[in-house]
Write a protein that binds this ligand. Structure first.
Ligand code: ADP
Ligand code: MG
Length: 624
């Protein structure tokens, strides 16, 4: 039999390797920007078209390349940045693996123009799928311009795998922000389809943060500074009262390289302990300057993971630096947050139940009111205008049964799965449990749990999770039926978003309209909210929208889910009543009914259990 093994042609090997380095347009952007930084550029411009799918171009005024270097730069493992294995432990540059340009060239059409200061003429090079198709001398400015066209043109599977333009643009903006943050001394600009997204002048770190994330960051930040042995920690941390509901602005850089580091992240979290409500995340922009010998950046092709020699030391130095900084700027647990905060609570003491910021409820909106679905109850002394839409919701639910079940599966983690059959049993215990309505004892425990007696024992419902489930199914239904009406604001409210958030708003705009939001684009990243869903709280709509966007963003990174589901989920999360809200008996009873009317009553949209029971048997056992 003939031998079977043969070497892959270079072009195929390159394509396979490219998959590790270049997963999406944003990865190419990252590599090109980093090369420009390594080339010592003072000004770097990024142009993209169609979220980078058609064009990614980076122009720098850095050192440029000779004719031979220009040609060499596209070879795999060709780098000017290290020569020996020892150099790996003294890395000061962003690149060093010599893979990026070879990878990009394997899966796109690339045009390079580069000239060194000392040369009269530059070099123009055109490469397609790793083959050089043209090389000529050219007249061009000092520095380098690399244009990457039609990324993945020869890897359709990858191309088809790309997300929407908005999503891909967001990834690009993220990479741009990371590089721009790490290099405030370089001026950066970014243009998308000819439209400027960022124009950042040479500045210091604080001005760079403000340039990227908005003016209001001026007052949100506290400086961080600590030197010890060979470690220097510097940067900014966000004041606790501005903490966000999503892990928005959290940046670590090691020797100016953006990294992800869950262990050090935990150190920050622990430094902020007691200062933040449970589900709030502090912003931070933290730079570690360390001896390159003490780290290993070679552990991941995209180089976002770094190993430190002494992680524990880093952990404690960082934690105490943050504590000290918060102390120095007088941000201690005794600070009264009410003065300037978005949280309406004084800082919680450890162990206290944490009251969440709540959205005020429109008095006309009562999601607890009876729907009339269950003939056994009648609390409908006051009829609400919501009744109709709720009723519709429940009538519709059978139509979309399959649809919903499919989606909900995503959120149900196996270990938290309450058996659907079990929840039906509880329901029948509740509704037909031989307990006359007036004999039912329902009460609220710790302003968090609803306790009720059922035939088989005791039922415990988590008020927030249950309400999230109810609202989630409501919004999902609205999004699939387009029946929601909008209620005009008396005075339109203006909101300004960061460039990255604008991409999100644009992405979910059609769905926001379906929910009943009436929003118009004012330009300059600002929007006017002219109307809101008729059944929603109409106070603080801008805050609500901001939170929904935050939540939506968080879901994008944590979970890979459908747009409508994500939006319904984010809305539900933000509007649901939180622990700490007092409920009347009628409201509780109605909530239970509504919960059982849901498709998936047993879990919240995030997969948390909503219902638990303690059977009489179990209770008996406890007294043996
Ligand atoms: P690495 O950055 O890991 O060395 P790359 O494939 O990204 O590998 O780049 C290969 C080489 O091409 C670099 O080492 C550098 O010498 C050269 N190069 C790439 N981009 C530029 C640029 N914008 N200006 C000058 N030289 C560049
Ligand atoms: Mg590189």
């Amino acid at each position: 039999m003939a031998d079977l093994i043969r070497l892959l042609p270079d072009s195929v090997a390159n394509q396979i390797a490219a998959g590790e380095v270049i997963q999406r347009p944003a990865s190419a952007v990252k590599e090109l920007l980093e090369n420009a930084v390594d080339a010592g550029a003072g000004e770097i411009k990024l142009f993209i078209k169609d979220a980078g799918k058609t064009l990614i171009q980076v122009i720098d005024d850095g050192c440029g390349m000779s004719e031979t270097d220009a040609r060499m730069s596209f070879e795999r493992h060709a780098t000017s940045k290290i020569q020996t294995a020892d150099d790996l432990f003294a890395i000061r540059t962003m690149g060093f693996r010599g893979e990026a340009l070879a990878s990009v060239a394997a899966i796109a059409q690339v045009e390079l123009k580069s000239k060194r200061l000392q040369d009269e003429l530059g070099t123009q090079l055109e490469i397609e799928g790793a083959r050089v198709v043209r090389q000529i001398p050219c007249n061009c400015p000092d520095g380098t311009s690399i244009a990457v066209k039609n990324l993945f043109f020869n890897v359709p599977a990858r191309r088809n795998f790309l997300k929407s333009n908005n999503a891909e643009t967001r990834h690009i903006i993220e990479e741009f922000q990371r590089v721009a943050l790490a290099n405030p001394g370089i001026s950066f600009s970014m243009f998308h389809n000819g439209r400027p997204v960022f124009q950042l002048k040479t500045s210091n770190l604080k001005q760079r943060v403000v340039g990227l994330f908005g003016k209001n960051y001026n007052e949100k930040l506290v400086p961080l500074e600590q030197s010890m042995d060979k470690i220097r920690i510097r940067g900014f941390i966000g004041k606790p009262q501005y903490a966000k509901k999503s892990r928005g602005e959290q940046y670590f850089f090691v020797n100016n390289r953006f990294i992800k580091h869950p262990y050090l992240h935990h150190s920050v979290d622990s430094a902020f302990e007691e200062l933040l409500p449970e589900d709030a995340y502090p912003s931070y922009f933290i730079f570690f300057d360390v001896d390159p010998k003490t780290i290993d950046v070679n552990i991941h092709p995209t180089k976002t993971e770094v190993n430190f020699q002494d992680q524990q030391l880093m952990y404690s130095v960082l934690r105490s630096a943050i504590r000290e900084s918060l102390g120095k700027y007088n941000i201690t647990p005794t600070l009264n947050f009410d003065a300037e905060t978005s949280f309406d609570v004084p800082p919680p003491k450890k162990g206290d139940p944490i009251k969440q910021p709540t959205v005020k409820i429109n008095p006309d909106y009562n999601p607890f009111r009876s729907t009339g679905m269950k003939p056994s109850k009648d609390f409908s002394s006051q009829q609400s205008k919501m009744d109709d839409s709720w009723k519709k919701l429940f009538d519709q639910r059978h139509e979309k049964e399959q649809n919903l079940n499919l989606h909900n599966e995503i959120y149900i983690k196996d270990d938290e799965k309450v058996d659907a059959d079990a929840s039906q049993l509880i329901e029948s215990d509740w509704s037909t449990g031989n307990i006359p309505t007036e004999k039912r004892n329902i009460f609220q425990l710790q302003l968090t749990y609803i306790l009720a007696n059922i035939k088989s024992g005791l039922m415990i419902i988590h008020q927030q999770y249950a309400h999230e489930r109810i609202l989630y199914e409501h919004f999902l239904a609205t999004l699939s039926t387009r029946k929601q009406v909008s209620q005009q604001q008396l005075f339109p409210v203006a909101v300004t978003f960061s460039a990255a958030d604008v991409e999100i708003i644009e992405e979910i705009m059609p769905e926001l309209k379906m929910l009943g939001f009436d929003i118009s684009n004012l330009g300059n990243n600002s929007y006017a909210i002219n109307g809101t869903p008729a059944d929603l709280p109409n106070e603080n709509v801008n805050e609500l929208l901001e939170k929904v966007v935050e939540n939506y963003k968080k879901n994008l990174t944590d979970l890979n889910i459908d747009k409508k589901i994500n939006l319904a989920h984010s809305m539900a999360r933000n509007i649901a009543i939180k622990p700490g809200t007092r409920l009347e008996v009628e409201e509780m009873e109605d909530m239970i009914d509504k919960l059982f009317a849901c498709e998936v009553p047993q879990t919240s949209p995030s997969g948390k259990p909503t219902i638990s029971t303690i059977s009489l048997d179990e209770m008996e056992k406890r007294f043996k």
